[in-house]
Ligand binder design. Sequence first.
Ligand code: NZQ
Ligand code: ZN
Length: 388
Amino acid sequence: MIGNFTYCNPTRLHFGEGALQSLPQELAQYGNRVLLCYGGGSIKKNGIYQQVIEILENSGKTVIEDPGVMPNPTVEKLYEGSRLARENQVDLILAVGGGSVCDYAKAVSVSAYCEEDPWEKYYLRMEDVSCKIIPVGCVLTMVGTGSEMNGGAVITNHAQKRKIGHVFGDKVFPKFSILDPTFTYTLPQYQMVAGFYDILNHITEQYFSGEDDSTSDYIAEGLMRSLIHSSRIAVKTPTDYEARSNIMWTATWALNTLIAQGKSTDWMVHMLGQSVGAYTDATHGMTLAAVSLPYYRYICPYGLAKFRRFAVNVWGVDPNGKTDEAIAQEGLACMESWMKEIGLVMNLTDLGVTEEMLEGIADGTFVMEGGYKVLTREEILQILRESL
Ligand code: NZQ
Ligand code: ZN
């Protein structure tokens, strides 16, 4: 069954090799002053910066640069960018980078004219936007988060040891996003595969919930099969366009809100991973990989039918002559083999987590109620201990 919903995704996508050629037509729709946000320098090394700057100059834009957006963008950086955007009265924020830069741009877009502390308003109190929103456009260079076509913006507050995502509404989605799979070729292997796991986990977070026969779950299975197939090619040949383009498109659909429509969703792996991120500043996809198997093995009995279906429909497990439990466990074992094969971090110790941090990480883990089991604090601690 599909429950009732209203669906709108307002982001216009330009996809494929050479998609940056669409940037001038997008820029033409906005005023002159553009805040150009980017990360720690990868776009200068691989030449994307130069291409973007030339287009901005040829379009007659005044560019205000906002470099140095770090992976897992911080609240201090958000304050700095918001000031820059407001003081320069920018008409558009152009994010060139991965999920961190796209998320940051969205957070700045709603914070520049916010009259309160945006961390408190959006992240601690989870309130809606009540001020002017600056439009955002994205040129994506790292695949995984889906930030290019959603309203999510995750910010980290190291002083408070909290990493929190706010899912903003339609008005905060990027107005446009440019996705050229060749822009992702220069990603280090570690980042590339972390992104692959982020994609898979976005899908499983929305798949492992509900008991109904849902179209969304069939779409999710197709997306996961495509990702698993293409990821195996991409780790061997990172410049395989077919694989990288399939993965880029899968990542967008994994978290552009489509497969969540009409059903409940889980998101507990992300809640655990974000709390780990607040303590370690580790790469997002790796934090998810490190806690996933203990979590899924723990909740498997509570959602056995879906875990059985996952094993058969996604991993091709032969169900003949086996119990449902055995089939479900075999599916998770296949997922574990794939995770090791592509080179993911498989435990929290390798991310710098120590036994002493676990209580704090558990305290920083938001408990969601849409999955197969609402976890207690003790269960969260047990899963974290098993993830060490
Ligand atoms: O900073 P630079 O120098 O650009 O280097 C980046 C960064 O170090 C590098 N990189 C990106 N594109 C590259 C490249 N290096 C070489 N060539 C390229 N083409 O990759 C590193 C990681 O980039 P980052 O943007 O941090 O990665 P990702 O896209 O995984 O974004 C992670 C952030 O997104 C949040 C995460 O929590 C984290 O803060 N998320 C956002 C979501 C959303 N908006 O819906 C959902 C996700 O679950 C996630 O929570
Ligand atoms: Zn994620």
